[in-house]
Write a protein that binds this ligand. Structure first.
Ligand SMILES: Cc1cc2nc3c(=O)[nH]c(=O)nc-3n(C[C@H](O)[C@H](O)[C@H](O)COP(=O)(O)OP(=O)(O)OC[C@H]3O[C@@H](n4cnc5c(N)ncnc54)[C@H](O)[C@@H]3O)c2cc1C
Length: 494
């Protein structure tokens, strides 16, 4: 076990940040000039730009373009260090954060804690759906979906060549008609109807069915009725079948079942399914709730004070997708603005300045892309659709992609995909498609595949390897000294 320990009168104030997403990264950066030591503990080595995950899944962008290494981003920030590890426990009384990676535990002490661990997919109590319908929350999810989507076309080509039924392979179902679901359905439709149409011999990819299913009766509810209706029309023009009022009640390897409001059920044969229907705040919220009494809402978000701290713990800030405060939406700006507010409050306290006013979210607007040249946007009272909204989407995403190089390469990829037909990031491997479910079959996931870092097993293996190597060397020397190399056994002396 290792831990960071800074103590004594001259020790600098220690800020520990959990998560390297929008809240975590922007919080760390906002503390660049502060008189503090920042330690960011995150379970991935990258900062993920989640809004563009669907472009990785559909072959437009590479994973590196939307997930630059956090260590590199913060390399110029002298007061920040990065620790890899999944936080499993937070001890508020003793101000300790426990994290693990491949059986290695790290304990990190803090004076102020900023929790920005985000949210994960919610299957509304049907977690077994996940095996066949991955969500869209991580690079692993996007690469798995990429493999499944392009793989389905390949299997359909093989099946068609053999004269088999391939409808289930050429049917793609996206569950959830929020921004992620709409973007994903639009892109799969573009792939099938435009990008891939000349690449296969035995199948006509334009015959692929792309279905967007949602239990609610509106597309893009957060964008209001008018933009929702126009998005639905745009999707239908692209060839997406929009099934509303259709609740998914079962998912298996070969397809899924939906139940309509009138009680009618329908089975859809579809090998490729994607889940974009709900979110559940990070389970660390429960640990924090149990220790502070702050309530959790139905999505597991923790109720924070108006200054984003926890009751009785002014040294603990929680920001982003984990919080429940004034019905704030789960969007990047809530996390970014919350993290900047927390950083400023830390500065105020260190300078003995009075506290800030309560946190106030400034809504800069929302947008969702439907297809190339088509998007919807909401900025204040303004409602935009079509090319103008799409250009706005382009500009905003360019500003927020991290790193100059990533911005340049993203623009090049967009040129190739939107003006041309190409998708240069179609590579997928068997591991990407099957690794998630294979790891889930192990008790402790990847940790079951590594040796114990305490070293006992390692020492045993080392010792037996040494004995083996010494024996081998003795045998080699004996063969040479006795001139037995190349001599048949029966002709050897003795
Ligand atoms: C597919 C998709 C599309 C989206 N599109 C948009 C959009 O267009 N516009 C918009 O504004 N918002 C969008 N969002 C929402 C936006 O990405 C989130 O609101 C935002 O990322 C929240 O920031 P956060 O810091 O709270 O969490 P995240 O950015 O999710 O960061 C959480 C971090 O915590 C880490 N972590 C999690 N658990 C642990 C643990 N136990 N220990 C250590 N580290 C941990 C994660 O690895 C990650 O680094 C989208 C989200 C998704 C999934």
């Amino acid at each position: 076990m290792s831990g960071s320990t800074t103590s004594g009168a001259d020790a600098r104030h220690r800020v520990v940040i959990i998560g390297s997403g929008f809240g975590g990264l922007f919080g760390a950066k906002a503390l660049k000039r502060s008189d503090v030591d920042v330690t960011m503990v995150a379970k991935t080595t990258h900062h993920l730009f989640q809004p563009l995950l669907y472009q990785v899944a559909t072959g437009i962008l590479s994973e590196g373009e939307i997930a630059p290494p956090t260590r590199e981003i913060l390399s110029g920030q002298k007061n920040a260090r990065v620790l890899l590890g999944e936080v499993t426990e937070i001890d508020l009384e003793n101000r300790l954060v426990f994290s693990h990676v491949l059986r290695r535990q790290t304990v990190t002490e803090y004076d102020t804690l900023l929790v920005a661990a985000g949210a994960s997919q919610s299957y509304f109590g049907n977690d077994h759906f996940a095996e066949f319908a991955p969500g869209m929350k991580s690079i692993d999810d996007a690469l798995e979906l990429r493999g499944r989507i392009f793989g389905a076309f390949e299997l359909a080509e093989l099946g068609a060549q053999r004269g088999e039924d391939i409808d289930h392979l050429l049917t793609f179902v996206v569950v959830g008609a929020g921004p992620t679901g709409v973007e994903m359905a639009g892109q799969i439709a573009e792939l099938a109807h435009r990008t891939l149409k000349r690449d296969f011999h035995y199948i006509n990819t334009r015959h692929a069915r792309v279905i967007l299913a949602d239990a609610a009766d509106q597309v893009l509810p957060p964008f209001g009725e008018r933009l929702g209706a126009s998005s639905k029309k745009e999707l239908e023009k692209l060839g997406v079948e929009v099934m509303l009022g259709a609740m998914v009640t079962g998912v298996d390897e070969r397809g899924l079942e939906v139940k309509y409001r009138n009680g009618r059920t329908e089975r859809i044969e579809a090998v490729t399914k994607m889940w974009a229907a709900g979110v559940q705040a990070n389970p660390l919220g429960r640990t924090l709730s149990e220790q502070t009494g702050a309530p959790l809402d139905r999505a597991g978000r923790i109720r924070v004070n108006s200054d984003l701290t926890l009751p009785g713990h002014p040294e603990v800030f929680v920001v982003g997708d984990m919080i429940s405060l004034d019905n704030l939406p789960g969007v990047a700006q809530v996390a970014i603005q919350g993290a900047k507010y927390a950083a400023k409050e830390i500065d105020h306290r260190l300078a003995d300045k009075p506290p800030q006013e309560p946190f106030h979210y400034f809504d800069k607007g929302s947008m969702a892309i439907i297809s190339r040249f088509r998007a919807v946007a909401m900025v204040g009272k303004l409602r935009l659709t079509g090319v103008i909204a799409w250009l706005m989407w382009l500009a905003v995403h360019l500003v927020y992609i991290t790193g100059f190089k990533n911005r340049v390469t993203a623009v090049l990829h967009w040129f190739v995909s939107f003006l041309g037909r190409g998708r240069s990031e179609r590579t997928s491997t068997e591991q990407q498609i099957f690794a998630r479910n294979a790891l889930a079959k192990l008790d402790r996931g990847a940790a079951d595949l590594v040796s114990d870092p305490s070293g006992e097993a390692h020492m045993d293996a080392e010792e037996s390897r040494r004995v083996e190597l010494e024996e081998k060397a003795r045998e080699e020397a004996r063969l040479t000294d006795r001139g037995e190399r190349g001599v048949p056994v029966e002709q050897r002396a003795g």
